[in-house]
Ligand binder design. Structure first.
Ligand code: GLV
Ligand code: MN
Ligand code: MN
Length: 426
C-alpha cells in the first residue's frame, strides 16, 4: 500500500522509553554507559534488542558474524533487500545515543510501517551489528566488517592486551569463530541500499542550526603503534645529557601527532590515546615506551602523506635523544564517500518534509563504511549537544531523534521504489 512519508510520524514517547530501557543495561562497575563488545552487559542488551525486534513483528536471527538481524518481509520475495541499523555496543564510559539511535530509530520506523499497513516492495532488514567500537584487538566494526567479507581467519588470531585471542572471545560469547570469516553477504540475494541513522558526535549541525545532517563521506583511520627503545638508568645519577629517555622521545611524538592534526586541510584529526612506559619506577629513566595514536580524515591524499611525515618526524626526533623507534601503521578503514544517489534521496526526503539539512562529513567511523562495499550507502545525522560523544555527557534531543527517524522513513520509502545505481559523492 502506498504511504506518504509525512504520514509516518514516529512516537516520541515510545522512542524515549526504548532509549531509557536500553540505557539501563550497562556495566555498573564502569562510568557512564558501558556495554563493550563480548561483555555480559552487551550480551544482555542484545537479548533485549532481539525481544524488541520480535515485538515489532520482525523475523529475527543472528548471522554467522554475530549480527542480530530482524527481517520485515516485502511484497517481492526475489527483490534486493533494503538494510538499515547501527550498533548497541559502547566505548568504555560512553554515552546513551551513539549507535542506539540507529537501531532503536529503525525499530520505531518498523512499528510505524506496520501501524500504517505499509508493505514494502523489498525485505527491510534491521541490524544490530556486532561490536562496532574500536577494541583491544585493533579492529572496529566486527559485525559489518565480517558481513562485507573483510574479516579474515588471521584476524581471529589477534590478541588483546590480556593475551586473549579474538577467536576465543567469539566462542565464549556463543558464536562459532570458524564461521565468522565466511559470514560475508552472499550475492544470491543482493542488497539494494543501506542507510544508517546516527548521532553526529561532532559540533557542525549544532553550530549551523540544522536538525539533520546528510553525510558526504566517512573519515579513514590510520592507527599508529610506535615502540620507543631507549635505555633504563638511575634517575638520580645519570646526567641529563647522557640519557636515552624513551618517554621524552615519546612525549615529542605526542606533540608531533597533535601538530599534524592541527595542520590538516578540510577535515583531519590526530589523537594519541595511550603511552605505556617501562619500567615505570619513580627512580628509573624510562627505557621503553609503547605509544598508540590515530589520525583520521576524509582526504585520502592527506592521510597517506601525514602517516609518512609523522613516521619521519618521530624517528628523527627520537634519534636526537638517542632513542630507537619502530613505527607501525595499520589501516582501520580507508575514507569512504557516501553514495551520491542515497545522498540525493535523503536530502530530497528532508526537503519534502520541510526539514533543514546540511551536508556533513563524518569524523567518526561507522558500520556504513563496510556496508558501502555491498551496496549504495548513506547516513543521516542528528545533532549532538556541544558536539560531545564517547563520554557520559553525550546527548541528543528527542525532538531531533524523532526528526531523524522521519527522514529515515521517507528515505526507506523512496529507496524501496527506485532502481539504484552504485555511484558515490566523490
Ligand atoms: C567509533 O565511534 C569511532 O569513530 O571510532
Ligand atoms: Mn557509533
Ligand atoms: Mn562510537
Amino acid at each position: 500500500m502506498a504511504s506518504k512519508p509525512e504520514s509516518l510520524t514516529p512516537q516520541p514517547s515510545r522512542l524515549e522509553h526504548d532509549l531509557a530501557e536500553l540505557a539501563r543495561i550497562r556495566n555498573p562497575e564502569s562510568g557512564g554507559w558501558t556495554r563493550t563488545v563480548f561483555s555480559e552487559p552487551y550480551r544482555a542488551s542484545r537479548e533485549w534488542i532481539r525481544s524488541r525486534m520480535v515485538d515489532a513483528g520482525l523475523e529475527v536471527h543472528t548471522d554467522g558474524a554475530g549480527n542480530v538481524i530482524g527481517v520485515r518481509p516485502g511484497r517481492r520475495p526475489g527483490a534486493a533487500s533494503l538494510i538499515t541499523g547501527s550498533h548497541t555496543d559502547t566505548v568504555e564510559s560512553g554515552g546513551r545515543f551513539d549507535g542506539a539511535v540507529g537501531v532503536l530509530g529503525a525499530l520505531e520506523l518498523v512499528r510505524q510501517l506496520t501501524e500504517h499497513d505499509v508493505v514494502l516492495e523489498r525485505d527491510l532488514l534491521v541490524v544490530d551489528f556486532l561490536g562496532e567500537e574500536s577494541n583491544d584487538f585493533g579492529l572496529s566494526c566486527l559485525g559489518s566488517r565480517a558481513l562485507a567479507g573483510e574479516l579474515t581467519s588471521a584476524d581471529l588470531d589477534r590478541r588483546d592486551h590480556e593475551g586473549r585471542r579474538l577467536g576465543d572471545r567469539y566462542a565464549a560469547f556463543g558464536l562459532d569463530p570458524a564461521g565468522v570469516p565466511g559470514a560475508g553477504w552472499t550475492s544470491s540475494r543482493p542488497l539494494h541500499g543501506y542507510v544508517e541513522l546516527h548521532v553526529e558526535q561532532g559540533p557542525l549541525l549544532e553550530e549551523r542550526g540544522a536538525p539533520i545532517g546528510v553525510v558526504t563521506a566517512i573519515a579513514g583511520i590510520e592507527r599508529l603503534l610506535a615502540r620507543f627503545d631507549g635505555r633504563p638508568d638511575h634517575a638520580g645519577t645519570m646526567p641529563m645529557g647522557d640519557r636515552r629517555d624513551a618517554l621524552v622521545a615519546a612525549a615529542e611524538a605526542v606533540l608531533a601527532v597533535r601538530r599534524e592534526g592541527c595542520g590538516a586541510p578540510v577535515h583531519g584529526v590526530a589523537t594519541t590515546s595511550r603511552l605505556v612506559s617501562e619500567p615505570g619506577s619513580p627512580n628509573v629513566v624510562p627505557g621503553a615506551v609503547r605509544m598508540h595514536a590515530e589520525i583520521r580524515s576524509v582526504d585520502t591524499a592527506w592521510l597517506s602523506a601525514a602517516t609518512r611525515r609523522l613516521a619521519d618526524e618521530i624517528r628523527a626526533t627520537a634519534a636526537g635523544y638517542g632513542v630507537d623507534v619502530d613505527v607501525e601503521w595499520s589501516t582501520d578503514n580507508v575514507p569512504v564517500p557516501a553514495s551520491a544517489e542515497v545522498h540525493e534521496v535523503v536530502s530530497a526526503a528532508a526537503d519534502a518534509l520541510g526539514i533543514a539539512w546540511e551536508p556533513v562529513p563524518s569524523g567518526a567511523t561507522h558500520d556504513a563504511v563496510h556496508m558501502a562495499r555491498l551496496c549504495p550507502m548513506g547516513m543521516i545525522f542528528v545533532p549532538s549537544r556541544g558536539g560531545r560523544s564517547h563520554c557520559p555527557d553525550e546527548w541528543s534531543e528527542l525532538e531531533h531523534i524523532v526528526t531523524g527517524v522521519q527522514v529515515l522513513g521517507a528515505t526507506v520509502l523512496d529507496m524501496d521504489r527506485r532502481e539504484m545505481s552504485a555511484g558515490t559523492t566523490s
